[in-house]
Ligand binder design. Structure first.
Ligand code: HPA
Length: 273
């Protein structure tokens, strides 16, 4: 019901909007929204189901923007499972985007690097994920509008969108890493023993987000892509204690590349129509 209210609120503010693409800005990514020509803004706090962000560095506003004559939604800031309000606010952006007719979703995050070849401020295209969050955002009453009861997850991250991201990075002379993102609930960072174990499970990077939205979007038939900014080497690989400040500072160093990559990526997919 409150998702219905979220859709009603957004369409009452933007009755003519027909967004085709959407993006969720994770930790440190919010500023990429400034690369776009913004048509309107709605604070998360006014959107039922979503609600205001409680995490520092997450602006918490929905932007309607235009790229090459196509409208896109930019969720500037993310709601996390560890904020303690359940799955509804976490997957609300996906459900709002789907109900407005969005076809592709770009998810972004900050992540700890587990792969030894990664360096802080590298950008990684997510190839697949491992969900170790406590539960699953698709549990609950089934609404076929948001996908089948038992969604296939063979290719959650759309191969052609991944290729576009890689090609866009190459054009800008910024080589992107690729890898498997593993999601835990947080909010504590991991212990070194946990990071050793997660590496053995096949994780290249670890974080506290993205996977629930990717699962909900894939189930709903959206084409999904995801980008991680490796904001730090994971616990035990780094000799430093980890902090949210370091995560945001490193993302800031990578910001010119993040902005250029995201802007060129959207120009490419918006021109395709
Ligand atoms: N672990 C979990 N989440 C993160 C990390 C990390 O090292 N860095 C940024 N988000």
């Amino acid at each position: 019901m409150s998702l219905h209210n979220a859709h009603a609120l957004v369409t009452s503010r933007w009755p003519e909007a027909k967004p085709r693409h959407a993006m969720v800005c994770g930790s440190g990514w919010g500023e990429v929204g400034e690369s776009f020509s913004v048509l309107g803004t709605i604070p998360y706090g006014e959107i039922p189901s979503l609600g205001a962000s409680t995490v520092e560095g997450h602006a918490g506003q929905l932007l309607l923007a235009e790229v090459a004559g196509t409208e896109i939604l930019i969720f500037q800031g993310r709601r996390h499972f560890y904020e303690g309000e359940g799955w509804e606010p976490v997957v609300a952006p996906v459900r709002i985007a789907k109900s407005l007719g969005v076809k592709t979703l770009l998810l972004t995050n900050a992540a700890g690097g587990i792969n030894k070849a990664f360096e802080p401020s590298d950008l990684m295209v997510v190839t697949d994920h491992i969900n170790l969050m406590p539960g699953n955002p698709l549990i609950g009453p089934h609404d076929p509008f948001f996908g089948p009861r038992f969604p296939d997850q063979t290719e959650v991250y759309d191969p052609s969108l991944r290729k576009k991201l890689l090609a866009t990075g190459e054009e800008a002379d910024s080589t992107l890493q690729q890898g498997v993102y593993l999601a835990l609930s947080g909010p504590a960072f991991e212990t070194p023993a946990e990071i050793r174990a997660l590496g053995k499970l096949g994780a290249d990077a670890v974080g506290m987000s993205t996977v629930p939205e990717a699962m909900a979007a894939n189930a709903a038939g959206l084409r999904v892509a995801a980008l991680s900014c490796i904001s730090n080497l994971a616990a035990g690989i780094s000799s430093q204690p980890l902090s949210h400040e370091e995560v945001n500072e490193t993302a800031q160093l990578a910001m010119p590349r993040m902005r250029q990559l995201v802007a060129s990526y959207f120009e490419g997919i918006c021109e395709e129509k």
